[in-house]
Design a protein around this ligand. Structure first.
Ligand SMILES: O=C(O)CCC(=O)C(=O)O
Ligand SMILES: [Fe+2]
Length: 364
């Protein structure tokens, strides 16, 4: 599928840019004031900063852990998950393969470059205010298989491709398990979630954030919420940088070995009729070490309708979001600038259009 984009697809590799010793960041990457990364709450020695909740996959059958998951998805929209069942050796192999991929000469990587009018492939599209992010990305749809671009996934170096294939299988299983426990916590029928997400639209983004001579002036990825069901993030080389916006402040996520970071995306906020919230996040970079991550995005199938799940709607909880086909939802998302939660805002039903009850009741 070709997505309309708002023009400018900048094919500049930050990795190439810093090959020559660089003292000053070029103008097109600079963000000042509120737009810059200087608004973070730093971890202090007394450990007073709030830390992201950690959930144990093996305990999620218990009512206690289920309750913790439910309140975490409502209050944080983000958590780390341990005992997730994906083997350490596969995680190590994946890290190695992705590092090797980014070490390839730029001409090799350019074989996968984002083509005009598209969003998939290697490179960065300027989707903010024209300011570029300090990171080289590779985004592609990986499921359903028929949506894989023939010049992307199938053309990757075979050892990376085989490792990704194994990783995708494991993450599909983990993602489905997470969605099922969320359904239980939300009191949604398993079948309903299965129907939406089984063989759904899935995509991934591998990102390489090079070290930066002036990290206080740039952003690895602009603040955004994910337009997904859920996202499972693997901070491959253990370098920090992810920050989430909680109660109006940016909080750094401390890397936890052998854990995934999971977040609620806009689609899950819509499906849960606002009971769960997607959260804005961003990535800052540093002057010493590059950060490498891979995000796995799980979504409903292209044929599905996105809207509040009917069993969650009643007189006290009227629908807060419109209904839209997934195909159209994805198209609309990619044709807009990446800007906080603005895409989700467009899906909201105006308060004066809501005919029953008070909208606030839904956040129970
Ligand atoms: O690299 C990261 O930690 C976050 C990436 C991200 O937010 C995304 O791919 O949507
Ligand atoms: Fe994200």
């Amino acid at each position: 599928m070709a997505f309309p984009t708002n023009g400018d697809s900048a094919m500049i590799s930050v990795q190439e840019l810093i090959k020559e010793p660089l003292m000053l960041v070029p103008q097109q990457y600079i963000r000042l004031g509120d737009q810059g990364p200087s608004t973070t709450v730093l971890f202090d020695d007394s450990n007073l900063s709030p830390t992201l909740p950690i959930l144990d996959m093996k305990l999620l059958e218990s009512d206690h852990e289920l309750h913790k998951l439910h309140s975490t998805c409502k209050d944080w929209g983000f958590f780390q998950v341990v005992n997730h069942g994906v083997s350490c050796s596969l995680m190590e192999k994946l890290r190695y393969e992705i590092e090797e991929f980014y070490k390839l000469p730029v001409e090799e990587k350019m074989k996968y470059k984002i083509r005009p009018g598209d969003v998939e492939g290697y490179g960065t599209i300027a989707r903010g205010e024209g300011t570029l992010d300090w990171g080289d990305r590779f985004y592609m749809i990986i499921n359903p298989l028929t949506r894989r671009k023939p010049y992307l996934f199938p053309e990757l170096p075979s050892s990376l491709r085989n490792t990704l294939e194994r990783y995708i299988t494991e993450l599909q299983e983990l993602g489905m398990k997470l969605l099922m426990v969320m359904a239980r916590a939300l009191k949604i029928e398993r079948e309903e979630v299965m129907e939406l997400f089984d063989d759904g639209m899935q995509s991934m983004r591998m990102t390489y954030y090079p070290q930066c001579p002036q990290p206080e002036l740039v952003m690895g990825i602009t603040p955004h919420s994910d337009a997904t069901g859920i996202t499972i993030l693997n901070q491959l080389n253990g370098v920090d940088g992810l920050e989430i916006k909680k109660d109006g402040v940016w909080i750094p996520v401390k890397f936890l070995p052998d854990a995934f970071v999971v977040n609620v995306g806009d689609i899950l906020e819509i499906l849960s009729n606002g009971v769960y919230s997607s959260i804005e996040h961003r990535v800052t970079v540093n002057s010493k070490k590059e950060r490498i991550s891979i995000s796995f995005f799980m979504n409903p199938k292209f044929e599905a309708d996105i809207g509040p799940i009917s069993s969650l709607i009643n007189l006290q909880n009227p629908p807060l979001f419109k209904k839209l086909g997934m195909e159209q939802y994805v198209k609309d998302f990619f044709s807009r600038k990446l800007n906080g939660k603005s895409h989700l805002e467009r899906m909201k039903i105006e308060t004066d259009q809501v005919s029953w009850g008070t909208p606030g009741d839904a956040k129970n």
